[in-house]
Design a protein around this ligand. Structure first.
Ligand code: P6P
Length: 338
């Protein structure tokens, strides 16, 4: 049996061969992976660990925080603040950036994360996950501010997620393809189980929350109607639908067997471009999908080209199999943005 390649060995060999993972970035990724192992352990305990259920608090998004949201956020902060690889962090669960305390050395990287995406699923034992994105701090002097995070997704130097499902799987890119690592609980380490992940360019499977149909913009309604028309309709094939209400789980399925994921703008909150957050959901997932040969669009522009103006800004998300995303983008052509 081929020897197991650990995350550490993969990162060291990638640095030796491809020189894409400087030692500080390798340290960052290993620390994030270790934090994900701790989060996985807490998630797996469930009620036995007294970690289910909601708190009395809301996050910046106005969402009631689950106990595990706060636990996961604290695990990631505590794991990363002392290593000397980061200048600051940003989280879905914190309003402002978290600057590495003066008692620790500072590094050149900025880490953003959704510590527990899909956490509403944790109480019903459905897959959830941690999403993270890494930028390099602009070389503009000693301090660090929120402005340093305002970089488009195409500037990311690393991105990934860890899905806590039947397996705990870490999925990672540093810009030369996508690799998947499954947690070997007996060894306590992530083991390479898939490298050079590729998304099929075509699909018969779409993921969207159908209960929002009456609120969608016309191009999305047109697309979904085509899918529902099946083989007798303009697409000439039947489609399947999935919606896990956990972006990490839906994207993991798409990276594994193809498909398209949509969380578009809708008129429930017309002032917001979408529900999902650009910096720590759409950008990392968009880069992973592109690195696996897929595409990621707002419907009118490449997600990774969106220049952020706010840390928690939202964006419309259409990502997955390249030809399917391009078809949906074509349906948007010529229609004004809402
Ligand atoms: P809805 C989870 O809350 C999340 O941010 C994503 O993980 C998921 O894709 C989406 O929201 C689900 O939203 O409106 O279907 O509950």
């Amino acid at each position: 049996m081929a020897s197991k390649i650990s995350l550490t060995r993969y990162l060291v060999e990638h640095q030796r061969v491809h020189a894409v993972i400087p030692s500080d970035l390798r340290l960052l990724l290993e620390v994030v992976a270790r934090a994900c192992k701790s989060i996985s352990h807490a998630v797996n305990k469930g009620e036995l660990g007294g970690v289910l259920g909601a708190t009395e608090t809301e996050n910046i998004q106005g969402e009631v925080q689950k106990k595990l949201d706060i636990i996961a956020n604290e695990v990631l902060i505590e794991a990363n603040e002392w290593g000397g690889h980061l200048a600051a962090m940003a989280s879905e669960e914190m309003e402002g950036i978290y600057v590495v305390p003066h008692r620790y050395p500072k590094g050149e990287y900025l880490l953003m994360f959704d510590p527990l995406d899909g956490s509403s699923n944790v109480d019903v034992n459905v897959s959830i996950g941690t999403i993270f994105s890494v930028l390099r701090k602009p070389d503009n002097g000693a301090g660090v501010s929120e402005a340093d995070f305002m970089q488009p997704g195409c500037k990311q130097v690393a991105a990934g997620y860890c899905v806590y499902g039947p397996q705990t799987t870490l999925v990672l890119t540093v810009g030369d393809g996508v690799a998947m690592f499954t947690l070997d609980r007996e060894q306590g380490s992530f083991v390479l189980t898939e490298e050079d992940v590729k998304i099929p360019p075509d699909t018969k499977e779409f993921a969207i929350n159908m209960s929002n149909m009456r609120h969608w913009d016309t191009p999305i309604k047109t697309y979904v109607d085509e899918c529902l028309a099946g083989v007798e309709g303009p697409r000439g094939k039947d489609f399947n639908m999935r919606w896990i209400a956990s972006m990490v789980a839906d994207v993991h399925r798409i990276l594994t067997r193809g498909g398209v994921f949509l969380y578009p703008w809708d008129k429930r909150e017309p002032g917001k471009p979408g529900k999902l957050r650009l910096m720590y959901e759409a950008n990392p997932m968009g880069w992973l999908v592109e690195q696996a040969g897929g595409a990621a669009s707002t419907g009118r522009e490449r997600i990774l080209d969106v220049v952020p103006t706010q840390l928690h800004q939202r964006v419309s998300v259409i990502l997955g199999s390249k030809n399917e995303v391009e078809h949906i983008v074509a349906l948007h052509a010529g229609t004004p943005a809402p």
